[in-house]
Design a binder for this molecule. Structure first.
Ligand code: HEM
Length: 478
């Protein structure tokens, strides 16, 4: 054998040994304690494609089901190229979210939250996060909604419903998304020239998390590109307005003005980039999440006539007791006369699971249920499995708002985590509830409606409506 061959064989043997060692290290990660059971699968891709494979709306992700049967509710995996602990255990989910900013920090996959920019509230921790959240709640807390949002939300919802209904048929997601942008944009930034406002509204609407929910690479790429492009345009636009406001010293009654005043008070804790990103984040997320939640609520109602009849009864009673029938929904009505509506919303959100997973990163080794979650690993919290646990929700795939009777409807818990919990609890939960309630109020008291096509909803694993949800609609005979 020539020297050339001997060296060649040695090189090949070394490469194979190195790959074998790397593969062994990958499959058996070193930790200071006992890892949850599981396997790491192939390096880099792991089991990402299995996890994101589309599946039926009324079933738990088959991949998760298989793994839970094999390993139990807590297991290790490689998803999206990172070492991940998957938790479908309600106590572990709660414990992890409770340890926010102590042992865990929020850490979403790059493409999902990055279009909102590194200055978004999602990437802030500690004091800055606290400050920005408080600022957000100046607009979106009960008090902010009551004083600043409710009246226009009601008026615009009514007007948009009327004009869409005149067509006899419309797509609910599209309609709700448009009406939210129409009433919220002037609250965020007022006094815009009509063409500038139009441009902003178009860009807010182009934002969607849905690119993530398609298994077709080309559609996902196109969706991500559109979302990134829309965000870039909005950021530039808000920056220009911001710069003009600061030089002109003019005061406006809008969220941008509140944020600028806040920035001056915090002495540099919150900066211009964070404020621009906050306006972008709130405007984009609001329409994307709430429009989808409303859509699914309408779908469930259309398919459950008994529930629809009960809802109508509640809202007709509200109309009856209103002195001036032309007046819109009041805060009192929303908070004290819509109990069944809130039961419908909870049930709809429970089955829909708009946020099917939440991501956290361990910043130190954490002991939990006899296992170690190593520092640097991602924990993927899956509340949807808890929402479909038959021990907690009897017949979990049945749409049954009455299961909420007598229960606390507004606060989350370890068995109902649709809006997350703890420090990162959803800042827009009350906004979403209010908007859905107002939309349903006008829909059921003024119109007859039915689903106009067999609407398809799949999970990828988030709920995805490839064809939207169209309804046939006509005015009720009075
Ligand atoms: C039905 C609709 C909605 C659902 C199901 C929903 C769900 C969630 C969930 C589960 C989280 C926690 C994420 C985590 O801990 O990793 C969250 C956070 C958040 N949501 Fe929502 N959301 C909805 C509507 C909204 C709306 C309308 C807004 C905006 C106005 C909004 C703004 C936010 C913000 C800013 C956060 C981050 C809070 C923080 O980091 O402290 N959400 N949402």
């Amino acid at each position: 054998m020539s020297l050339f061959w001997i060296i060649g064989l040695w090189v090949i043997a070394l490469v194979v040994l190195r790959i074998g060692h790397w593969w062994y290290r990958w499959s058996n990660p070193k930790t200071n304690g006992k890892l949850p059971p599981g396997s790491m699968g192939l390096p880099i891709i792991g089991e990402t494609f299995d996890f994101f494979k589309p599946h039926g709306f009324y079933e738990i992700n088959p991949y998760l089901k298989k793994k839970m049967l094999r390993y139990g509710p807590l297991f290790r995996k490689n998803i999206l190229g990172v070492k991940t602990i998957v938790s479908t255990d309600k106590d572990v989910n709660m414990e992890i979210l409770r340890q926010e900013n102590k042992s865990f920090i929020l850490s979403y996959p790059d493409g999902l939250a990055k279009p909102l920019g590194k200055d978004s509230l999602f990437f802030k921790i500690g004091n800055i996060h606290k400050h920005m959240k408080q600022l957000t709640l100046r607009l979106l807390s009960s008090e902010g909604l009551k004083r600043k949002i409710l009246k226009d939300m009601d008026r615009v919802t009514r007007e948009h419903l009327r004009s869409n209904a005149s067509k006899g048929r419309f797509d609910v997601k599209e309609a709700v998304s448009s009406l939210i942008i129409a009433h919220l944009t002037p609250k965020m930034i007022s006094n815009l020239k009509p063409e500038t406002q139009e441009k902003h509204m178009g860009n807010f609407k182009a934002f969607s998390f849905d690119w993530f929910l398609t298994s077709y690479i080309i559609s996902a790429g196109r969706g991500l590109y559109n979302t990134i492009w829309a965000c870039k345009e909005v950021i530039q636009g808000i920056r220009d307005i911001y710069a003009r406001r600061r030089t002109s010293n003019e005061k406006y009654d809008d969220f941008l003005n509140t944020a600028i005043e806040e920035l001056e008070k915090t002495g540099g804790l919150v900066n211009e980039a964070a404020i621009v990103a906050l306006i972008l984040t709130l405007s984009c997320i609001t329409q994307d999440t709430t429009s989808k939640a409303t859509c699914l609520a309408v779908k469930f109602l259309s398919e459950n006539p008994k529930v629809l009849a009960e809802l109508k009864k509640e809202h007709e009673a509200i109309l009856e007791s209103r002195d001036d029938k032309e007046n819109g929904v009041t805060w009192e009505e929303y908070r004290h006369k819509m109990t069944f509506t809130n039961m419908v919303i909870n049930e709809s959100l429970r089955i829909t699971n708009l946020a099917p997973m939440m991501f956290r990163k361990a910043v130190k080794d954490v002991e939990i249920k006899g296992y170690t979650i190593p520092s640097g690993w991602i924990v993927m919290i899956i509340p949807s499995v808890v929402h479909f646990d038959p021990e907690i929700y009897e017949n979990p795939f049945e749409f049954n708002p009455w299961r909420w009777e007598g229960k606390e409807l507004r606060s989350g818990s370890k068995t109902f985590m649709v809006f997350g919990t703890g420090v990162r609890q959803c800042a827009g939960a009350e906004f979403a509830r209010l908007q859905i309630s107002i939309f349903l109020h006008h829909l059921v008291t003024t119109y007859n409606f039915s689903l106009s096509q067999d609407c398809e909803v799949v999970r990828v694993p988030g709920a995805h409506l490839p064809k939207g949800i169209s309804i046939n609609i006509s005015k009720c005979a009075k």
